[in-house]
Ligand binder design. Structure first.
Ligand code: 5RP
Length: 250
C-alpha cells in the first residue's frame, strides 16, 4: 500500500501565485536534496528535469556535491550536462543507477506515468528501469485521474519503416486516433528521436483500461519500439502546486 502523501513545505506567505515553470523548479530542487556525493544519477529530459540538472551542476561547482556521474536520457540532456561540467556515462558502463530524477506528462493516483511528449521515452525507460530510486517531479497540472485522462497524447516510439501501417494497427487495436509527430512548424518533417525512430501520438477517447494489458498489446504490434506508459516505475513523487510541495513514496 503506498505511503500517504506528505506536505513537505507550504508556499512562502509573500508569494501565493507561481508560474508553472516556478512550480517545476520548486519540485526539481526538492528532488535534488536526495542526491549525494558519489552517486550515479539518471538525468531526465524536459523543462522540469532541466531545473534539477542545473541545480546538480550548481552544487557541484559550489563543492557541495562531488564524484557525481550523470546518465543522460537524451542528447539534449547530455549537452546540458556537458555544458555544466557534470561527468556523464551510460548504463553499459554503469548498469546500476542510484537515483533518477525526471518529469512526466501525466501521473495517475497509483504513480503510473505517461512520458515522452518531449520525445525521449525510450532512453528514459531504459535508464529509469535500472535505477534504485526514481523520483518524479511535476507541477500539479500533471496529475490525472487515469492514464490517458488528460486527453493529450500518449506517445509511442516506432520504426520509420511503413509507419502508416503501424499507426493504423494501433488505431484499430485501441479505437484511438494515431498521429505522426512532426517537427514544430514543419508539417512535412517527421520528428526523429535520438534513436532515429518516429513518434506516434495516440489520442484516446476513454481510459486505456488495464495499463499492462494495453502496454503489452502495443509492444506486440510489429514496428512498435516502446510506449510511453511507465507502469509501477516511480518510487517517489514530488508535486509542487499552489498548496505547497508534497512528497509521496511507493
Ligand atoms: C520527455 C518527457 C518529459 O519528462 C515530459 O515530457 C515532461 O516534460 P516537462 O518537464 O517539460 O513538462 O517524458 O520525453
Amino acid at each position: 500500500k503506498p505511503n500517504p502523501t506528505t506536505l513537505i513545505s507550504s508556499p512562502p506567505p509573500h508569494q501565493l501565485i507561481f508560474t508553472q515553470d516556478e512550480l517545476k523548479k520548486i519540485a526539481a530542487y526538492k528532488a535534488v536534496e536526495f542526491v549525494e556525493s558519489g552517486m550515479v544519477i539518471g538525468l531526465g529530459t524536459g523543462s522540469t528535469a532541466k531545473h534539477a540538472i542545473d541545480r546538480i551542476g550548481e552544487l557541484l561547482h559550489q563543492g557541495k556535491l562531488s564524484n557525481i556521474i550523470g546518465i543522460p536520457t537524451s542528447k539534449q540532456t547530455q549537452h546540458q550536462a556537458f555544458c555544466l561540467g557534470i561527468p556523464v556515462s551510460d548504463i553499459e558502463t554503469h548498469p546500476v543507477v542510484d537515483l533518477a530524477i525526471d518529469g512526466a506528462d501525466e501521473v495517475d493516483p497509483d504513480m503510473n506515468l505517461v512520458k515522452g511528449r518531449g520525445g525521449s521515452l525510450l532512453r528514459e525507460k531504459m535508464i529509469e528501469s535500472c535505477c534504485k530510486k526514481f523520483v518524479v517531479i511535476v507541477d500539479e497540472s500533471k496529475l490525472v485521474e487515469y492514464v490517458g485522462g488528460s486527453g493529450l497524447a500518449m506517445p509511442v516510439e516506432i520504426v520509420p519503416f511503413c509507419w502508416k501501417f503501424t499507426a493504423k494497427k494501433l488505431e484499430s487495436l485501441f479505437g484511438c486516433v494515431a498521429k505522426l509527430r512532426v517537427v514544430m512548424n514543419k508539417l512535412d518533417d517527421p520528428y526523429v528521436t535520438d534513436n532515429g525512430n518516429y513518434i506516434i501520438d495516440l489520442y484516446f477517447k476513454k481510459d486505456v483500461g488495464d495499463l499492462r494489458v494495453a502496454g503489452d498489446a502495443m509492444l506486440r504490434v510489429a514496428g512498435v519500439v516502446e510506449h510511453g506508459m511507465f507502469i509501477d516505475m516511480a518510487t517517489t513523487l514530488i508535486v509542487a502546486g499552489e498548496f505547497g510541495v508534497t512528497l509521496r513514496n511507493k
